[in-house]
Design a protein around this ligand. Structure first.
Ligand SMILES: N[C@@H](CCC(=O)N[C@@H](CS)C(=O)NCC(=O)O)C(=O)O
Length: 333
């Protein structure tokens, strides 16, 4: 773990500008296109390999990690290029901090120093928050989307014909209502809830946030006692979305964001489910939990001004054996 140079922090986090009366209000994503599922002449963004499309990702960011896993699962590497930002926020100009590139994490595509500069390079009028994930079209030199929900649809639906042979359908169109329903249930109290709880400056909002978060975790734990995966027998994008948050929970959110009512490893089914999720080849290949810890503890100076990274082997519990195969034997076994 790198030692932090604990200089007093003067630049602001984007999160600080999103706190209104102590409550975190996320800014909305600006670029909202999806890759067309057919490549008719009219499609602005037809599916194409050969590196036409390029992703800017972070190993630490859950929204970006979901995209990296989806790209790996569908065999889209190297048809889609990927660039990773440095895990630790640094000053990016205009008194703000954010994602940067470094010797270890260079931007070989545009050779910029910060992600914000990449956004500006393609959209000089851009004034928002330079977030990961971001999907770029190098042909039209425009940002397709910086919203993970769209990018997930592009990967699973838009690029379908470029998937590796025999790639399962991780986002079945006919299960869209179930996807929407689970996303609606999970987003506010859990996926975004960890951030809301972590950044709030109000005790009553913290208490309410913790209650809502653990209510939904209890509900999901019970659901996973009856179902191998969130939508039943098959792994889907709902597992991708939930699993990425659960992987970070004990090592990061429990400590850093004070989501400390209960660990995930104390839940009967969630503990086994998250191990089963994490131990899949493509998930494990993408995971870098030490980099996650480094990001959160060393970037959020309003929460952790001394930039000390909390102790704990992030992978230790995720690598333990799990009971999911035993509980839900597959019919062919
Ligand atoms: N709505 C976006 C949210 C992405 C997001 O919040 N990314 C964070 C990292 S986890 C980010 O890039 N933040 C940059 C900053 O705070 O400056 C999505 O789902 O794609």
């Amino acid at each position: 773990m790198k030692d932090s140079d604990a200089k007093p922090q003067t630049a602001r986090l984007a999160w600080e500008d999103e706190l209104r009366s102590g409550k975190l209000e996320r800014s909305t994503s600006v670029f909202r296109h999806v890759i067309a599922s057919s490549d008719g002449d009219e499609a602005q963004y037809p599916p194409e390999g050969n590196g036409r499309y390029h992703l800017y990702l972070s190993k630490a960011c859950p929204w970006a990690s979901r995209i990296e896993i989806a790209v790996r699962l569908t065999g889209l590497i190297p048809r889609i290029g990927m660039t990773f930002v440095d895990p630790i926020f640094q000053p990016i100009g205009e008194g703000r901090t954010g994602w940067v590139f470094s010797k270890e994490f260079p931007d070989d595509l545009t050779h910029k120093a910060t992600l914000y500069e990449v956004y500006l390079h393609y959209h000089p009028d851009f004034t928002g928050k330079a977030t990961t994930p971001m999907l770029l079209d190098t042909k039209t030199k425009t940002i397709v989307s910086n919203e993970s929900k769209d990018i997930l649809k592009s990967i699973c639906w838009g690029f379908r014909k470029l998937h590796a042979p025999n790639t399962p359908d991780y986002f079945p169109m006919e299960r869209l209502p179930d996807y929407e329903s689970w996303l609606g249930k999970l987003y506010d109290p859990l996926l975004n809830g960890v951030y809301k709880v972590g950044f709030t400056t109000s005790q009553s909002d913290y208490d309410a946030g913790i209650k809502a978060m653990f209510d939904v975790l209890d509900e999901v734990d019970a659901h996973l006692g009856k179902n191998k995966w969130m939508l039943g027998d098959e792994f889907s994008v709902v597992d991708l979305i939930l699993g990425v948050t659960l992987c970070r929970f004990d090592a990061v959110y429990y400590v850093h964001f004070m989501c400390c009512k209960k660990h995930i490893h104390e839940y009967e089914h969630l503990s086994n489910y998250v191990r089963c999720f994490y131990q899949q080849e493509h998930v494990k290949a993408s995971a870098d939990l030490e980099s996650c810890k480094q990001h959160y503890f060393q970037s959020h100076h309003v929460i952790a001004p001394n930039k000390i990274v909390a102790v704990g082997n992030a992978n230790s519990s995720l690598d333990l054996p799990h009971n999911r195969e035993e509980l839900f034997p597959s019919p062919t076994n």
